[in-house]
Write a protein of this length. Structure first.
Length: 363
């Protein structure tokens, strides 16, 4: 039986696949317009992914539907805590304890504020991920249980082999992030990787069997190494190529497991000139670009501006793109800004869908 998006997203969040959970939830937006649980779950996924601005917007939508949900209050308190607005955070924690006196997260957070509530410590805890202990709980990660069992089994097996003076060699292809067994290419797929009829579609890249297989293996390798942007590039190459439908389907499955990065976790950010040379290769990649904004258009729940990339020192402009946020944010246009966003295409032009903003107070 097919599962609803909330159930699927909860499963992904338990496994700490926040990017996948966000994509699943966003795909069902039209069906959950008045569902507070939906907005709370989406806000929490964004919070864990490091996008507190979008998380705040979703929590606000949930708040219009319900006011006393504990996970909603914990999420909103955590956002204010991350910002160093401890007085506002404390108000939420007090409200939580009024509804649920035994709530350990609220009590621990209040103790943290009492002992370590200075802005410097809060920033350090936010950078290192330690503040996540005050976020809404996700439940036990089933992968950890599986890995623990597997680890124990292999440990016992290793001891047995050692006693028998045998060398154990593992044939597992399981990596640190997920088991890729189900989406490895079969030998038939490698031998017949090209679509048999090229007249049925339009392809930007015509690749050989070897090139298709190599591109797919690169995508798997990059994913396992935590280099999701380079994995996305290879996935895009395959999706826009003459690869067979089965290979493209597996590439789409892999794309669903790519994570939403934060400022401190993005390993590769392509330059705007590189993206403009071949935008189809970089769609859905995340970038961190510096610059300044102009021609701002704001509403109660959106933000749009021209982003002058590379113009932070007001000397050279590397490129200009439209940047959009699906929530109300604050960017001072007379100061340099750093934006984390996802590359998209709109009316044939690349745009940046913003996820997070950093603007130093020292400028």
């Amino acid at each position: 039986m097919a599962k609803d998006v909330i159930t699927l997203a909860k499963r992904e969040m338990k496994r700490r696949h926040f990017g996948s959970a966000i994509k699943i939830l966003e795909s069902g937006a039209e069906f959950y317009e008045d569902n507070a649980d939906y907005y709370i779950l989406l806000g929490t996924a964004c919070l864990y992914a490091g996008d507190s601005g979008t998380a705040y917007a979703y929590y606000q939508k949930a708040r219009k539907i319900c006011l006393s949900d504990v996970n909603l209050l914990l999420g909103q308190a955590a956002i204010f805590l991350r910002r160093g607005e401890t007085e506002k955070a404390l108000n939420y924690y007090i409200e939580i304890l009024e509804n649920e006196p035994s709530n350990k997260i609220a009590r621990d957070a209040m103790e943290f504020i009492r002992v370590h509530g200075d802005y410097t410590t809060i920033c350090r805890w936010a950078e290192t991920g330690r503040l996540a202990q005050f976020y809404p709980k996700l439940g036990v990660n089933p992968d950890k249980i599986i890995y623990s069992v597997i680890g124990s089994v292999f440990c016992i097996a290793g001891c047995i082999f050692a006693l028998c003076f045998m060398n154990a060699r593992s044939s597992s292809i399981e990596g640190p992030r997920m088991d890729l067994t189900s989406i490895q290419l079969s030998q038939d797929e490698k031998n017949q990787a090209q679509a048999s009829d090229l007249s049925t579609g339009s392809y930007k890249f015509i690749l050989s069997n070897r090139e298709i297989s190599a591109s797919y293996q690169k995508a798997l390798k990059y994913f396992q190494n935590g280099d999701d942007n380079r994995a996305q590039v290879e996935i895009n190459r395959l999706l826009n190529s003459n690869a067979t439908l089965s290979i493209k389907q597996k590439a789409n499955v892999l794309m669903g497991y790519l994570s939403v990065p934060g400022f401190d976790s993005l390993s590769y950010s392509p330059e705007i000139k590189v993206v403009e040379e071949n935008p189809d290769l970089y769609l859905d990649c995340y970038v961190i670009w510096n610059g300044r904004v102009s021609d701002v258009i704001e509403t109660d729940n959106s933000y749009e501006a021209r982003f002058l990339v590379g113009y932070e020192n007001m000397k050279n402009i590397d490129g200009i793109v439209t940047v959009k946020f699906s929530s109300k944010i604050s960017i001072e246009s007379d100061k340099p800004v750093r934006i984390l966003g996802k590359i998209k295409k709109e009316d044939g032009k690349i745009i940046l869908m913003g996820r997070a903003v950093y603007q130093s107070v020292n400028f």
